[in-house]
Design a protein around this ligand. Structure first.
Ligand code: SF4
Ligand code: SF4
Length: 286
């Protein structure tokens, strides 16, 4: 079973929810936590895993054979990302802009383009106690998180409960992380921004046909529109976490919510049972 944890905006407590969910069910199920927020992975701060292996992530980028090239400009014309440019009798390549689609080498009329790997990130694997741990890290200066997210997901163990901590927002790396999940747990806060970005996140998971539920973090600040929206849209609120100085302090010290406040374990377990019910109802319909 694959559960992705996402949020329309950053700073809503998504990683707090992902790590606490994993820690709450780890003694009842085999659990895997995959950090797919590859531009800023931080679940390791809370889980403190031991890393055993590092895998390198590369994409194939063009390498020009100057002897074969007749500077026809076809490669520059076809590249939608301006990763290859022709200037007079020179072909310049910009690997950091390349999406590795292979179109330029495929269409070069002189077979003057071969492909060479360009490292864009790493995948680290290990364990935090009995939780299997995987995290992707995009290399500094690289601009292509999505292939790293896909590599993170290649490590999903179908026999385990895989919890994916996605990046915030609704862009391509988030879609890559959520796609094919059995359930998406959205985390938001009761503010106008939280509601606006929740609506975008709900639209995204609906397009992906992934059922969703909500964790309402920092609740109790007097803005009820998020609850009203969930009620209207039939989105179950599976867990409510109040605005609390104590919780903020645990978070800032890298302490998991369920470590600092163990009574939350039961609440996360109940949320997980509800996720299982919703996901199995959906799977029985498809
Ligand atoms: S398409 Fe091939 S031959 Fe034409 S400019 Fe590019 S590399 Fe050179
Ligand atoms: S592989 Fe694709 S993205 Fe990269 S330079 Fe060639 S056409 Fe552009």
């Amino acid at each position: 079973m694959i559960i992705s944890i996402a949020s329309g905006k950053g700073g809503t407590g998504k990683t707090m929810v992902a790590t606490s969910l994993a820690a709450s069910i780890k003694n009842d199920y085999e659990v895997q936590l995959l950090d797919a927020d590859v531009e800023e992975p931080n679940s390791h701060i809370f889980l403190k895993p031991t890393i055993n292996n590092i895998h390198y992530v590369s994409i194939m980028t063009p390498l020009i054979n100057e002897e074969r090239c007749n500077h026809c400009g076809k490669c520059a014309e076809i590249c939608a990302f301006k990763a290859v440019v022709t200037i007079k009798d020179t072909v310049l390549t910009f690997p950091e802009l390349c999406h590795g689609c292979g179109a330029c080498s495929y269409l070069c009329p002189r077979q003057a383009i071969s492909e060479t790997p360009n490292q864009i990130g790493i995948i680290e694997t290990g364990a935090a106690g009995n939780i299997s741990f995987v995290q992707g890290k995009l290399d500094i200066g690289q601009t292509m998180p999505t292939p790293v997210v896909r590599k993170v997901k290649e490590h999903i163990d179908q026999k385990k409960i895989a919890i994916i901590d996605a990046a915030p927002g609704t862009s391509c790396p988030v879609i890559a992380a959520i796609k094919d999940s059995d359930f998406c747990l959205l985390v938001t806060e009761p503010t106008p921004f939280g509601l606006n970005d929740l609506k975008l996140a709900v639209e995204t998971v609906t397009q992906l046909s992934v059922p969703c539920g909500l964790v309402l973090n920092r609740s109790g600040i007097g803005y009820s529109n998020v609850e009203e929206y969930c009620h209207q849209e039939n989105i179950p609120i599976l867990l409510t976490i109040p605005l609390s100085l104590n919780i903020a302090r645990f978070y800032s010290e890298g302490i998991m919510l369920v470590e600092g406040l163990p009574e939350y374990q039961e609440k996360f377990k109940q949320a997980f049972s509800r996720i299982q019910e919703i996901a199995s109802e959906r799977n029985s319909r498809t």
